[in-house]
Design a protein around this ligand. Sequence first.
Ligand code: ATP
Length: 254
Amino acid sequence: MIEVKDLKKSFGDTEVLKGINASFDKGKTNMIIGASGSGKSVFLKNMLGLFVPDSGNIYYDGVPINEMEDEEKSDLRKNMGMLFQHSALFDSMTVEENVMFPLRMFSKMRKKERLKRAHEMLERVNLEGLNKSMPSEISGGQQKRVALARAVVNYPQYLFCDEPNSGLDPRTATVIDNLIQEITRERDITTVIISHDMNSVMEIGETIVFLKDGLIAWEGTNKEIFKTDNQAVTEFVYSSELFKKVRIAQNEGL
Ligand SMILES: Nc1ncnc2c1ncn2[C@@H]1O[C@H](COP(=O)(O)OP(=O)(O)OP(=O)(O)O)[C@@H](O)[C@H]1O
């Protein structure tokens, strides 16, 4: 579980995070949504330790980051998996070498064990048979699955995903969403996902925080988001033509 208390972050005179309070549950897909520029990435970067908060604190399973010794911080980093918008695979490495990479960096596993774990994860994301392929030889959806296998190959306690579905068609996006959710549950990971994609919110938004002007303007679940009267949320949700039609149909009792 990750708990965030009164987190503030400014750049010069620009106050981006103005006192964020949120918690992200273990074994769940927790989503952060909000318009462009609302501070989602800055929030994520604070949780990843890439930015130092101006004030407030982040607790990782009860331990506040600002009280951690350097060694504890480094252990925490080893416990974090990351899945980026663009899969960020190493072009010159095969699929299995990409997946083994974090183990080479952060574990004492021998090559044979690393290979076994990488194959296990590639099988988990249904990519057996592509172990020796190069990233350029596989599709965007397959690249995302390799990146997901790489993000969880260390068995991390925390998984952070930044727009994991960007650039994928809706069907492939659903496959990735479901895989993220299944692995989160199987391994009891605290997963935090930034997304603009309302399909993903609907599909896997077990907990949702809506960020606006540097504050949490609403929180709830994917069941609740379509029922809220919070104007900022409804403007965000129903900015899509499809969801507008869904709302009209709901109101008309169709
Ligand atoms: N390193 C930085 N230095 C100065 N300002 C920054 C920095 N990083 C982000 N900002 C500012 O913080 C604000 C929030 O940016 P952020 O990238 O977190 O938004 P976002 O919600 O992730 O947007 P998007 O959905 O478009 O990715 C923006 O005004 C941005 O210019």
